[in-house]
Design a protein around this ligand. Structure first.
Ligand code: ADP
Ligand code: MG
Length: 672
């Protein structure tokens, strides 16, 4: 048996279990031993039965003096046992487990752990964990009922106890065949325990210290591997490939800028210089532009596309949603068409016009083969929606274009270092002048009608409001659409019969979406009821009220994005958050929005409270899924990053086969 042995060849793993294990993504022996516990129960050391106190969790072992099934008056079945360890006897009771008497036999030695309470007036283990430790002669040490017991991610039909037993049986054979990934000097420099030891300890620790050192080592490996992969991507990017070198025609660019209806902020100017600097260099640009909602990223993209046009090259701008593609199309057309730039759009619903200098579209642009004659710049808006792999694929298409990714979801430093180790980063850290903070309120149910009244008064004065219903499932499914439609109908009939409302969701046909948004943009609709499709990027300056239903279902970063849909002009804007639940925790989290108005601060708070997957939505985020590494652990991230750089320069990966194998297994490097 080796690491690659399929799981069905492991003793006691029948075909039913193979299926169940699949749900835990366990297909091989290696997957099994890398299925790490997410917590431990400390059952302590076995106590003499005579000394077990009532009301606590205890652990004991002894001989089964008797065991029997009894039925209660209400038809429930109980397994009752008496256990004696020489100091005293104690009872144990299990509810609805009539088959136990086949496993636990009179005369056997067993271990027990669990809560001890009174049952029929006697001290009793209530539904304890148990394990048969053999007969008196062949007794073994307990695995499930003493000390730190590992608790694993489980699935129907697979318990932690079962996993623990299989891992315990498998590990001694497998462990010698698990190679050390790190060179010895790395271990000493970073005070790490050997990998084999870490894998043993993560499953079967003897104390808290062993848990900590095992976690640290295994987390370090995950981070290190991600960093090395990023370094490799970066070095391929800069080593093998030369960029398309461009010239900047200063006067023309300055003339475009001076014809804009506003003055660029200092931040926008700085970022623009950084980008133009990349474009005139030898290497293809690979830059992340991050800037809070409303900081004005689109116009940067427009200016850069113009530079490309002046050099005779095409630009493509990709967005996560069709709605956003249409909006950008309109913005860029307004800015660029007067200068002779042909701006076109392509989405699943709209066919592009040929020829074009700038093509805007959804990511269907990448997946379907769109041919460009002369593509030299790819701009990806709202980048966190694109996976790392998609980014990578983009880069290897065609002629190594420059890549500019733009995101409004601010990324805490710890996360950015891990995710975007291969990108250069520019930040827009100021908003255009004159913007007012969006006044934000978490609204208790009793004040709902007041909020509606507020909306009515303000829309009658000509302002506009968004009402956002949450996704019911992780993405926009029919159920979510239905919920939004029902809310729309309720609001139209019962709350705002005198106002004009529109409904927007991702399942509408393109022309319907376009019409609804146009109507809202031109103030023919006062209220837009929508699923969170408006989250990303929609820019309608006259909208000044944002109301969000079931707000706690969103991450703070998403709520901040939604809130960013208002406050885009000089008028005072408002954001109302309606929570579904009023638990203290929920309210506390949402209140962060009343207080904080910087996306980065909010993202950091949420990262601490809910973890990265929750913030960015795991499936689409491009965040590598870590089993054990904690993305808020900045010190360990920095250490691993430093070590990755050291290993990359001082060691030959060919001589570190185990490390190489792990990198390959997790690697996000595109095939070349
Ligand atoms: P985001 O960074 O969220 O993508 P947008 O590019 O949509 O922001 O810009 C938000 C709004 O701010 C737009 O209406 C845009 O025209 C406007 N804007 C951009 N830059 C400036 C500026 N320097 N001064 C004033 N308004 C600006
Ligand atoms: Mg934007």
């Amino acid at each position: 048996m080796g690491p690659n042995t399929p799981i069905e060849q492991v003793p006691k793993v029948g075909s039913i279990f193979v299926k169940r294990l699949k749900r835990l993504k366990i297909a091989s022996v290696e997957d099994l031993v890398h299925h790490y516990p997410f917590r431990y129960e400390n059952l302590g050391t076995p106590t003499k039965i005579s000394e077990i106190p009532l009301g606590n969790v205890a652990s004991a072992s002894g001989e089964v003096w008797q065991i029997k099934n009894v039925r209660t008056r209400y038809g429930k079945s109980l397994a009752l046992a008496t256990i004696n360890d020489g100091s005293a006897s104690i009872e144990a009771v299990w509810f609805n487990q009539p088959f136990l008497i086949k496993t636990i036999k009179q005369g056997a030695k067993i271990g027990l752990a669990g809560k001890v309470g009174l049952f029929s007036h006697r001290p009793t283990f209530i539904n304890p964990e148990y394990e048969v430790l053999g007969s008196k002669a062949t007794s073994r040490r307990s695995l499930h009922t003493r000390g730190f017991v590992s608790i694993y991610p489980e699935t129907a039909g697979i318990t932690s106890k079962w996993l623990r037993a299989r891992i315990k049986e498998t590990l001694p054979t497998i462990l010698p065949r698990i190679g050390e990934t790190l060179p010895r000097d790395s271990l000493t420099r970073n005070t790490l325990i050997p990998r084999k030891q870490a894998i043993w300890q993560i499953h079967f620790p003897e104390n808290k210290k062993q848990i900590d050192s095992a976690r640290r080592r295994l987390a370090f490996d995950e981070l290190l591997i991600t960093h090395i992969a990023a370094l490799e991507r970066k070095s391929t990017w800069t080593r093998n490939i030369s960029g398309i070198k461009l010239a900047v025609q200063q006067e023309k660019v300055l003339s475009l800028i001076s014809n804009l209806p506003f003055r660029l902020t200092n931040s926008q100017n700085k970022v623009l210089r950084e980008i133009l600097n990349d474009l005139t260099g030898e290497k293809p640009m690979n830059r992340l532009l991050q800037g809070d909602v409303g900081s004005g990223k689109t116009v940067i993209a427009a200016i850069v596309a113009y530079v490309l046009f002046l050099n005779g090259y095409q630009t493509s701008l990709m967005t996560p949603t069709e709605i956003l593609a249409v909006q950008h199309f309109n913005t860029l057309r307004t800015i660029l068409s007067p200068l002779g730039v042909k701006v076109s759009i392509q989405t699943s619903g709209i066919k592009r016009e040929e020829p074009f200098d700038v093509l805007i579209g959804t990511h269907a642009l990448i997946t379907k083969s769109t041919s460009f004659d002369n593509l030299a710049l790819v701009v990806i808006d709202e980048q966190h929606r694109f996976g790392v792999e998609q980014r990578a694929r983009l880069r290897v298409r065609g002629n190594t274009p420059h890549v500019l990714t733009m995101t409004a979801t601010p990324i805490p430093r710890s996360l950015a270092l891990t995710l975007y180790g291969d990108l250069d980063v520019s930040s827009l850290n100021e908003l255009p002048e004159g913007r007012k903070r969006v006044k934000t309120f978490v609204v208790p149910p009793v004040k709902r009608s007041k909020a509606y009244q507020f909306i009515r008064e303000n829309t009658l004065k000509g302002q506009q409001a968004f009402i956002v219903c949450p996704f019911i499932e992780p993405s926009e499914t029919l159920a979510s659409v239905k919920a939004a439609r029902q809310e729309y109908e309720r609001l139209t009939k019962e709350i705002f019969p005198d106002l004009s409302l529109g409904l927007l969701h991702g399942r509408l046909a393109s022309y319907e979406k376009k019409k609804t948004i146009d109507d809202f943009r031109n103030n023919r609709l006062s209220i837009l009821v929508s699923t969170p499709v408006v989250e990303v990027g929609i820019d309608i300056p006259n909208a000044s009220i944002m109301m969000i239903e079931a707000a706690e279902r969103f991450g703070l970063a998403s709520l901040h994005q939604l809130r960013g849909r208002v406050g885009r002009s000089a008028q005072q804007s408002y954001c109302f958050l309606f929570p579904e639940s009023v638990s203290k925790q929920v309210l506390q989290r949402l209140r962060a929005l009343e207080e904080h108005h910087l996306g980065l601060t909010l993202a950091e708070i949420d990262l601490k409270m809910r973890g990265p997957g929750q913030i960015y939505g795991t499936a689409q985020s491009g965040i590598p899924s870590f089993k054990i590494a904690n993305l808020t652990d900045l010190p360990l991230i920095l250490t691993a990053r430093q070590e990755a750089a050291y290993i990359s320069t001082h060691h030959d990966l060919k001589k570190l086969p185990s490390l190489k194998r792990e990198i390959k297994k997790r690697s996000l490097v595109p095939p070349d």
